[in-house]
Write a protein that binds this ligand. Structure first.
Ligand SMILES: [Fe+2]
Length: 231
């Protein structure tokens, strides 16, 4: 039996483009994992400060060497999602498959709106951080992997879905069609750490090596590793 509580995507996931699950990991487990990740990332991480992306991040390749339990979590999240998404694959490209992000509002961290290169993303939050919510415009465009992308609505035409990080909360969304970012909440006053794990999945094997940076062909990545980070 794994660490993660079972969960199942509903039909709404496919209509709405995202779904949120709470209490998938006990609070003490989240706190312990957050402590380990904070220590690991204070010792060694990539600081990205480029093109509206200001985060500390560590990719899966480095992460699982030090914390193998994170690979196990990736497998568990995959198993639960695969029950609802046909042909869902774990990614061989570990930096795209798994990452940990560490943000603090008092350090000016944020992550501008972007699309991911992988088809589905699940974010598992380990801390409370209402000051740095995930904002999503679900299904704002069609999937560019299926042909020329068509926009379904303008970003400014709708209020984004706001998801506040809290320990044990997981959000899964269609990451190539849902514009998303970590947008600082001007009303919040907390300065807590925002520590999260990102897990990427796809339904077809593909190489991510020549994909544009955060969905933008014109932006130059800060580094090859930073290029593979996600929110
Ligand atoms: Fe992302």
């Amino acid at each position: 039996m794994g660490a993660l509580k079972g969960f199942q995507l509903s039909e709404q996931f496919f209509d709405r483009g995202y779904e949120v699950f709470d209490d998938l990991l006990p609070a003490d487990h989240c706190a312990a994992l957050a402590r380990k990740l904070r220590a690991a990332m204070e010792k060694d991480c990539i600081t990205v400060d480029n093109d509206g992306v200001h985060i500390k991040t560590r990719n899966g390749q480095v992460l699982i060497a030090e914390l193998p339990e994170i690979e196990q979590l990736y497998r568990e999240v995959h198993a639960h999602l695969a029950a609802g998404i046909a042909h869902l694959l774990m990614l061989d490209d570990l930096p795209v498959a798994i990452s940990a992000n560490y943000l603090r509002r008092d350090q000016g961290h944020s992550f501008r709106y972007h699309f991911d290169r992988n088809e589905y993303t699940a974010v598992l939050y380990l801390t409370d951080s209402p000051d740095l919510p995930l904002c999503i415009h679900p299904k704002i465009r069609t999937d560019p992997a299926l042909g020329e992308s068509a926009w379904q609505y303008e970003k400014d035409a709708r209020v984004p879905v706001r998801i506040d990080p809290s320990p044990g909360r997981l959000v899964c969304f269609h990451a190539r069609t849902s514009l998303h970012g970590v947008i600082s909440n001007p009303d919040a006053t907390s300065t807590t750490d925002r520590i999260s794990l990102q897990f990427g999945f796809d339904t077809r094997r593909r190489s991510f090596d020549d994909q544009p940076y955060y969905g933008r062909a014109t932006a130059a990545p800060a580094s090859a590793d930073a290029q593979k980070g996600r929110s």
